[in-house]
Design a protein around this ligand. Sequence first.
Ligand code: ADP
Length: 406
Amino acid sequence: MKVLVLNCGSSSIKYQFFDVKETLVLAKGSIERIGTSSAILTHTRHDGDNIKITGEILDHNIAIEYVLAVLLSKNHGVIKDKNEIEAVGHRVVHGGEDFSVSVLITNAVIKTIQDNFELAPLHNPPNLKGIVACQSHLPGIPQCGVFDTAFHQKMPPKAFLYGIPYQLYKSHKIRRYGFHGTSHLYVSQRAAEFVGKPFNELKIITCHLGNGCSMAAINNGVSVDTTMGFTPLEGLLMGTRSGDIDASIPLHIMAKEGLTLAEITTMLNKHSGLIGISGVSNDMREIIKAKEEKHVRSKHAFENFCYRIKKYIGGYIAALGGLDVLVFTGGIGENSYEVRKETLTDLEYLGIKLDEEKNLNTAGEREISSADSKVKVLVIPTNEELVIALDTAKIVSEIKQQTCLL
Ligand code: ADP
């Protein structure tokens, strides 16, 4: 089955077009700066052919038209007819409490995504714009929604409730939701395959360390706790987000500096984290370079980043009552041996022993713990798009089968 995977943001769309049976990405690309006269479309075909086009793309509807045009293009495309696209899978950021698995998009699902707009005002509206655009350009082609929050929906109340009046959970849906669920699920399942044990018999901690960072504690295949919360702001230190802070700090700063709600939100989401502490960059490579050049604030940022992961590892081992596998993924988790080393130093008493040489290896899925480490430490490159393509293909195949049986 050929599946188009879409990740529609407020001003960008990323796409990958899969041949699911062959697990092959036939083409992939992105459109940046949607809403401007200088939008940029970049497109790469599986054989390496690539193009870059700049021009006016004023909304998501037109952007999807361009994606389809480039997939159909005589010189750069991979299909001859739109109907070769058998299904579309969308990344949808917030499914609230309504979705714990991926679903076929129906009118009722669209209504629920809309109901969750207030939980993800920056993400769910553009996600829905992509869905509506596909309905108009690909009529009759089934579409599925794969939610960032879904995998964490089985967390118990002790993990998802905040210590605030319970009424706020009921009236405003204030609770921990967690994000990056597609990635945590994918890498933990791959990890189980890697160690050759059933997914539902393992205690796993996953560390997704990219621009956004989160961890999950997974017990017998179920996410029982995760670091991101009501929004993706909570938890680990990130490129530009603060992660955990005392809830009274924003209120104090607002009063002291006369900041508005929008300004403090921007400060915590865009000017904090690695960039906030270091003043150098939100990019871990730059932080490490500056730290090596003895830039003190970059050293603080690097150590703070790793220390917080270490604290959560300890906490999650306690929450899980033990640990079999620890997984690193995301741009930093997959590539930075420095971060992995700093984080895992002195955890031998918890059964975690890093093999420093293996930690320097760079390619693919790999073990980086020593032979006598009780806990297996793995690096598993994430592939959220593949999960979306596979989930979509599965849902659509099942529906086709049911329709045949009728
Ligand atoms: P996103 O969350 O946007 O998908 P990525 O998963 O691509 O982001 O991760 C981006 C982060 O990965 C950046 O902080 C970048 O510095 C970091 N990164 C990429 N390669 C390396 C590397 N070799 N060493 C350290 N950090 C790296």
